[in-house]
Design a protein around this ligand. Structure first.
Ligand code: SF4
Length: 490
């Protein structure tokens, strides 16, 4: 059994320009609050005004950045930080990358790396990662200033990117024209600026939300303040709808709405679309919590604690066990009095492989639930993401593997199973009624959101990712459609 039926999260970014040094404390406070976006490695680059210093490590942020390391970096007044899920598991893959006085950190996935590598004459087999290649690409521009190098590079990039770059005297922030990944700007209380993947990174710094970095915008922050240095309106706007479903933290405000509010609406709409006769509602901890609250409110079925996750075991302990049956029993505790003899409706935010749901249903039955019903607060997930979220391979996705809803229900062992409709999801995200005139499978974008993992319609060409080894098999086995993106190839 898999330890988790969730995507391996993508990445988290924090950047700070402080007028009072100690930028490192600000980025680390922020990064700890973005730990949910990646747990395998983290790195920081700091500028003291003359030179850049980088520190990186594998594992959780609190274990990498010891007191001694933080002391070493205290003199810096500009800093960028990155936490990631590392596909390679190697320290050399941990960001930010630093070369020739520029550091770069990235959340997303560049989809035209073959074009970029051809332009600057790097062999595909020598490409370390899309972030590494982008830094090489920026540095290859034949102009002096970093600002100009960035201006010249951005029109050539395609795909999903939120970038932070650092030089000895400035912080650069860039978001792709499609707006895939969230990126927000805030103000530090002690004079200075903070940029992060989500607003939850502001809380511990007592920073105030200023605005989103606009899709296609690049800004430079230095001692003179914030300046927009570039704007690209290639669009179409394709914000990742899965950020709302699972990736972002519930207390964050991204793409204009609080995440918890959107998830709660998903649960409310799901309860109306797929009512159930049940005695209690439980969340599959903890990613289903917000949707479960909404489901309970709309259905008027009481939400009970029922199952809780053991907060003191980490991934590192669970992973070696992941093929053994007792993983769920190690990970969860069950409150028998909430479950025994009851018709239980379990709500989760999404269903990917299905193995974990099957175990969860089994766990409830082991505690003598009379019936177990599953409600999923997202549509069936049938396609991979090429824009930076690491799902299972298409063959592993349960909604693709099984031929219909009944097949999925049988595979999970539930008494009934229903998903939120795509229209319902759009309604939850926008808070307006959505009446799609065409099937979701023909939508490239609805109201400025990418939903390609549900619809199979990719808003930006994905051919470049075929050159990344870990994406090649997925790319070749997927029936995808995409919109052509014009990139100047010179
Ligand atoms: Fe997000 Fe899915 Fe689009 Fe990837 S394919 S960017 S996960 S909505």
């Amino acid at each position: 059994m898999e330890m988790s039926d969730k995507p391996r999260e993508n990445c988290g970014l924090v950047g700070v320009f402080s007028f009072h040094k100690d930028a490192v404390s600000h980025v680390l406070y922020g990064l700890v609050n973005l730990q949910h976006r990646g747990q395998e490695g983290a790195g920081v680059v700091v500028s003291d005004g003359k030179r850049l210093t980088a520190k990186k490590g594998m594992g959780l942020i609190t274990s990498i950045f010891t007191k001694e390391i933080v002391e070493e970096l205290r003199e810096g007044y500009i800093a960028i930080a990155h936490t990631r899920y590392s596909t390679s598991g190697r320290l050399s893959a941990v960001q930010p990358f630093v070369e020739d006085g520029v550091g770069l950190a990235h959340n997303g996935n560049i989809t035209n790396i073959s074009t970029l590598s051809t332009i600057i004459g790097i062999n595909e087999q020598d490409i370390m990662s899309d972030t590494w290649l982008t830094l090489k690409f920026i540095l290859s521009q034949k102009v002096e200033s970093t600002t100009e190098k960035i201006r010249r590079s951005l029109p050539k990039l395609a795909g999903a990117y939120s970038f932070l770059a650092i030089t000895p005297d400035a912080l650069y922030v860039m978001r792709d024209p499609w707006g895939f990944r969230p990126l927000v700007l805030g103000r530090l209380p002690s004079e200075g600026w903070i940029v992060a993947s989500e607003t939850c990174a502001f809380t511990a710094n007592e920073a105030t939300f200023e605005r989103e970095i606009l899709p296609g915008e690049a800004i430079r922050i230095d001692k003179n303040g914030v300046e927009t240095i570039y704007f690209d309106n290639r669009g179409p706007l394709s914000r990742c709808i899965f950020e709302y479903i699972y990736i972002a933290r519930p207390d964050s405000r991204i793409f204009g709405s609080e995440v918890h509010v959107v998830r709660r609406r998903c649960g409310q709409i799901l309860a109306r679309e797929a009512p159930v006769e049940a005695d209690v509602v439980v969340s599959i901890p903890h990613s289903g919590d917000s949707a479960c609250h909404g489901f309970s409110e709309a259905s008027r079925i009481p939400m009970v604690e029922g199952v809780f996750a053991n907060r003191y075991i980490g991934r590192a302990f669970i992973e070696p066990l992941h093929r053994r049956k007792q993983t769920t029993k190690v990970k969860y505790g069950v409150i028998r009095s909430d479950i025994e003899g009851k018709r239980v409706c379990a709500v989760d935010d999404s269903l990917i492989r299905g193995d974990a749901s099957r175990s969860f249903v089994g766990l409830l039955r082991d505690h003598d639930a009379k019936e177990v019903h599953l409600r999923i607060a997202a549509p069936p997930l049938r396609f991979p993401c090429f824009y930076g979220v690491d799902f299972a391979t298409p063959q592993e996705l349960i909604a693709r593997r099984e031929k219909d809803l009944e097949g999925i229900r049988l595979a999970t062992g539930a008494d009934s199973l229903h998903y939120l409709s795509y229209e319902g999801l759009l309604k939850a995200v926008t808070n307006v009624d959505f009446n799609l005139k065409i099937p979701p499978e023909e939508l490239f974008s609805a109201n400025g959101f990418c939903g390609a993992c549900f619809t199979g319609q990719y808003p930006v060409a994905t051919s470049g990712v075929a050159h990344k080894e870990d994406m090649k098999d997925i790319y070749e086995s997927t029936d995808y459609r995409y919109r052509q993106v014009n990139v100047t190839a010179s």
